[in-house]
Structures are given as C-alpha cells and as structure tokens.
Design a protein around this ligand. Structure first.
Ligand SMILES: Nc1nc2c(ncn2[C@@H]2O[C@H](COP(=O)(O)OP(=O)(O)O)[C@@H](O)[C@H]2O)c(=O)[nH]1
Ligand SMILES: [Mg+2]
Length: 364
C-alpha cells in the first residue's frame, strides 16, 4: 500500500508556515496532485483556516489547542480528508508556540498506524530572527519563549530557513556561515516561500529525498518551562464588522489595523504574529505583522465598500487583558475618527493552557 505523505510544518509564530503550505498546495494542485491541509491553533476562529479555504484548498481545522494536546482531533481530521479528498499529501501546520511534536505526534502516528504514513517535520524559521538568536541577541522575547523557539528547531527533520529574500546576497552568505556552524548536523533549506522554484525544491526534498520511517528521538524538554513560555504569550481572537454609510469600510478597516499595530509597538509588547483577514464580501486579504516586520502597511487590493468583516488573530507577549484593552481602544478611536459603526463578535482573549499531550512516546 502506498503511504500517505503527512508533512508536519512547525516553527515559531510568523515564520511563514501558512504561506509555504498555501504556495505548495497550489503548486501541487496545478500539477494535478491531490492535497489536503490541516490548520491548528489555540483558538477557534482562525485566520489561517479561512485563508487556506479562500484558496479552494481542501482543509480541516484542529481548534482550541495544539496537535499534541488534541491528538485525537488530528487523527479525525486526517481520516476526514482521506475519506473526502483522497489526498496523496497532507500538510499539517502546528501552532507557532508548540514544541515536542516528534514524541507527541510523529511517534504516536507511526506506532498506532504502522506502514500508513510517510512523515516529515519541517520547522520554519524567519532568517532574520534566527540570526539574532544565533548571535545571542535574545532580547525580544522572555527566556521561556526563547526556550520554545530553540526546542522547535532541535527536533526538526528539516529546518526551513525562510524569507531569504529579505536579506542582501552578502547578508545571506554571512547568515549561512552562522547557521551552518550552529545547525550543521541538520538538513537545512534556504527558502523564499514566494518563489515557485524554492517551493518545488521543498516538496521534492520531502517527497523523494528525505526518508525516515523510524520513530524520532525524543526531545529533552522541560514542560514547566515550555508551559511557562506559552503562558507568557497572549492570544486574542475577534471577529468585527465595520459598516460605513459612505462606503469607506475598507479604509476604516485599514485604519483600525494600523492603530492596533501601532499601539502594540508603541507600548513595547513583542509581537509573535498579528494577523488580520479582511473580507469585503467579494474578496479576502490577509494582513500580517510579525516580530521583525517593517512598519509599512501592506498594499491592500480590496475594493471599497460599505461593509467589511475583519477576523483578528493577535499573538503577542503581553497579558491577555492588556491586549484586549488596547484593541478596544483602537476600535473606539476608529469609530470616532471615521464615523463608521464597528460591531464586535466572538471576542476571546486568553493565554494557552499548560501543555498536556494526549500521548508521549519517547525514543532514545
Ligand atoms: N518576504 C517574505 N515574506 C514571507 C515569506 N514567507 C512568509 N512571509 C510573510 O510572513 C508573514 C507571516 O507568514 P505566515 O505564513 O502567516 O506565518 P506562520 O505564522 O508561520 O504561518 C506574512 O506576512 C507572509 O507574507 C518569505 O519567504 N518571504
Ligand atoms: Mg500560520
């Protein structure tokens, strides 16, 4: 029986997992290959899921916790995709604050379903953040969060050093020396996830070159530090509707997004990933700010209208109450400035709970 290729995609918040999966899925679909995607987050209303569905890619979502702690939901999602789509490849993106996937996801999958899956764990890293780490400039996040970042890389089958297009050729050469000195024993792929040649290369590496059917060695990981790191990050998910009598809802949405971003930055709260999905009824657009993003507002390609819906997913190193407060202030200010009406729905602000994996199969 041909094994199903299950490509797990991990790595820190904002490192480029969803982008690469979306690009790879579109590439494979164009080449008449059947794919499915499983998205995952601590919350329920996920920008990533809507983004993937918006590109007509068959998908399932695992909500309210990581794959490790929702192992049964992950298996159900795989089964559902298998039944409905018969994919040759499934990409499964884990939450950006999640680690220990080898012991809690790969080993259980291989052990409970012998000969069924070919699994590869790609761990993404934003090249700019990775360089800072390797140069010991760990001053953005708290130590416990940095611990998660390092543990994620440690268990990778393949480290995808992503966003290489953001460096000059000279910077890239220097970065490669640093990365190879630190992670030389790993398979390392340098990638611009918007380049189809690079995406093709990643797919080819996972499909044909990388082979490891054995259980993976288990990370030595301290769950108290890991749990403390996750708890230092706040999650805020909210859906908001903007109604404008003057057909200026898109402009008001942009203003609100900018106000939220500026507030977080000016208060000095480190961003893991601040993402928005704006929908004007005809089209949707994702707007992302990551840890080291520039301050330019991304070019918006949505036509102006009287009504938009924005899904907000903010992952920031701050207390959830403070994050909620600053989003509320930005909404209030936007209403006053634009005279639009902003309707808030499904707000949840929380910190992830202590990680309690369903299974943990240790291998040495
Ligand atoms: N320049 C550049 N930007 C990228 C690349 N990959 C992802 N991004 C951007 O990084 C941000 C976060 O990407 P996303 O895939 O949502 O990250 P995730 O949180 O790991 O899933 C988005 O604004 C993407 O457009 C890349 O290779 N180059
Ligand atoms: Mg993502």
């Amino acid at each position: 029986m041909k094994k199903l290729r299950l490509f797990l995609v991990g790595g820190f918040l904002g490192s480029g997992k969803t982008t690469a999966i979306q690009q790879a899925a579109i590439y494979l679909q164009r080449n008449k290959r059947k794919v499915g995607v499983i998205t995952n987050d601590q919350g329920t209303d996920q920008v990533d899921t809507q983004f993937i569905r918006g590109h007509h890619i068959p998908s399932e979502q695992v909500s309210d916790g990581c794959f490790c702690c929702n192992y049964n939901d992950l298996e159900k999602s795989v089964e559902s995709l298998k039944l409905n789509e018969r994919p040759e490849i499934i990409f499964a993106e884990s939450v950006g604050s999640c680690a220990d996937l080898a012991a809690t996801v790969i080993n259980p999958l291989l052990s409970f379903n012998p000969d069924e899956y070919q699994i590869v764990l790609s761990v993404f890293a934003d090249i700019r953040l990775l360089i800072r780490f390797l140069q010991n400039e760990k001053d953005i996040f708290y130590d416990n969060v940095n611990y998660i970042y390092e543990k994620q890389l440690e268990e990778a089958d393949i480290i995808v050093v992503n966003k290489t297009d953001l460096l000059t050729a000279q910077q890239l050469t220097k970065a490669k020396l640093l990365i190879e000195a630190a992670c030389g024993e790993k398979i390392i792929l340098y990638q611009n996830s918007y380049s189809s040649e690079n995406i093709e290369r990643w797919i080819s590496l996972m499909c044909y070159e990388f082979k490891n059917d054995a259980a993976r060695p288990t990370l030595e990981i301290d769950y108290d530090i890991y749990g403390a790191g996750e708890a230092e990050l706040a999650w805020l998910d909210e859906e908001i509707g903007i109604v404008s009598e003057n057909n200026e809802a898109v402009a008001a949405g942009c203003l609100l997004i900018r106000k939220i971003y500026d507030r977080i930055v000016s208060l000095g709260h480190p961003i893991g990933h601040l993402k928005f999905l704006m929908d004007n009824g005809q089209k949707q657009q994702k707007i992302s700010y990551t840890t080291l993003a520039g301050t330019d507002i991304p070019e918006l390609a949505l036509a102006e209208t009287g009504r938009v819906i924005i899904l907000i997913n903010a992952r920031v190193q701050v207390l959830p109450d403070l994050l909620e407060e600053l989003v509320e202030e930005a909404i209030h200010e936007t209403e006053l400035t634009t005279r639009c009406k902003i309707i808030e729905q499904k707000l949840s602000a929380f910190r992830p709970g202590y990680p309690r994996p369903t299974h943990r199969i240790a291998e040495t």
